[in-house]
Design a protein around this ligand. Structure first.
Ligand code: NDP
Ligand code: 8X3
Length: 250
C-alpha cells in the first residue's frame, strides 16, 4: 500500500506549510493547497520529487473547490487524510465597531471554506473505506476574548463541526481530530492587522509563542498513533500562555 496521501489546506504559510514540510519529508504524499502559486511552487522544491501535488484555489469559491478536487489526477484521487487548516483572523475590534467585510471573510473562509472542502473530500474517503480528518481549531474556539468576537465565533463553529463530524463519520470509518493551538507566530497577526508588521510583532513581544513546527509535530504525532487511537481534541499552548490573550506571562 502506498504511503498515505494528505490533503492540506493553507499550505503556503505558517502551520500548513510546516505540516506539509514535516509530513512530506516523513514519507507522506502531500496535496498542498493555497492561493499563492509562487509559495506552492517553492514548496515543491523542498519536498521529495513526486511526493507533492499542488492545488491553487480559494476555499470561499465553492465551484473552484469542487473543480480542484474533482480534477485531481488519478494517482492523487485517493485522499487518506484531510487537514482543514486554511483560515485567518481579519481585524480585532469590539462588536459595535466591527467591519462587516471582515466578518464575511472569517465566516466564509474559516467556516464555509472548511465545509466546502470537507464536503468534496469525504465521499471519496467513504468510498475508499475510511480516512482521517484533522481540523485546526483554536483556543479561540474554546474561550472568547475581548474584541475577538467573530473570529472566536468562527472557531467555535470549527469546534462544533469537529464534534459533529466525529459523530456522523464514525460509522464510515473516518476518524476526526481537532487540534486547537494558542498563540503561534505565523503570518496570522499580519493578516489580522492588514499587513501592519509592527502591530503584528507586538502580539508576541516579550513572550515566546509557539512555532508552526510545534503544531506540525502534534499533527505528525496524531497521525502516527496506533490505528485504535484517536487524539480527538487537543489544546496546545505556549508555556507563557494560560488562557486567551489576556493571561500571558511576559
Ligand atoms: P497563516 O496566515 O500563516 O496561514 C494561513 C493559511 O491559510 C495560508 O496558507 C493561506 O494561504 C490560507 N488561506 C487563507 N485564506 C484562504 C482562502 N480564502 N483560500 C485558501 N486558503 C486560504 O496563519 P496560521 O498558519 O497561523 O493559520 C492556520 C490556521 O491555524 C488557521 O485556521 C488559524 O485560524 C489557526 N490558528 C492559528 C493560530 C495562531 O496563533 N497563528 C492559533 C490557533 C489557530 P493563501 O493566502 O496562499 O491562500
Ligand atoms: C489564534 C489564537 O488567541 O490569537 O487562533 O485568537 S488567538
Amino acid at each position: 500500500m502506498p504511503n498515505p496521501t494528505v490533503f492540506i489546506t493553507g499550505a503556503t504559510s505558517g502551520i500548513g506549510r510546516a505540516t506539509a514540510l514535516l509530513l512530506g519529508n516523513a514519507g507522506f504524499r502531500i496535496i498542498a493547497a493555497g492561493r499563492r502559486t509562487e509559495r506552492l511552487e517553492e514548496l515543491k522544491t523542498l519536498l521529495p520529487a513526486g511526493n507533492v501535488h499542488t492545488l491553487e484555489f480559494d476555499v470561499r469559491d465553492k465551484a473552484a473547490v469542487k473543480n480542484a478536487i474533482e480534477t485531481l489526477p488519478e494517482t492523487w484521487k485517493n485522499i487518506d487524510v484531510l487537514i482543514n487548516n486554511a483560515g485567518n483572523a481579519h481585524g480585532l475590534s469590539d462588536i459595535q465597531n466591527g467591519n462587516v467585510d471582515d466578518w464575511d471573510l472569517m465566516i466564509d473562509i474559516n467556516v464555509k471554506g472548511l465545509l466546502y472542502v470537507s464536503r468534496e473530500i469525504i465521499p471519496g474517503m467513504i468510498a475508499n473505506g475510511g480516512g482521517r480528518i484533522i481540523n485546526i481549531g483554536s483556543i479561540a474556539g474554546k474561550e472568547v476574548y475581548p474584541n475577538g468576537n467573530v473570529y472566536c465565533a468562527s472557531k467555535f463553529a470549527v469546534d462544533a463541526l469537529s464534534k459533529a463530524m466525529r459523530l456522523d463519520l464514525l460509522k464510515e470509518g473516518i476518524m476526526v481530530s481537532e487540534i486547537n493551538p494558542g498563540m503561534v507566530e505565523t503570518e496570522f497577526s499580519e493578516v489580522r492587522f492588514k499587513g501592519d508588521k509592527e502591530k503584528a510583532a507586538q502580539t508576541y513581544k516579550g513572550m515566546e509563542p509557539l512555532r508552526p513546527e510545534d503544531i506540525a509535530d502534534v499533527i505528525h504525532f496524531t497521525l502516527t498513533r496506533p490505528k485504535h487511537v484517536n487524539l480527538a481534541d487537543i489544546l496546545i499552548l505556549p508555556a507563557a500562555q494560560a488562557s486567551t490573550t489576556l493571561s500571558i506571562r511576559k
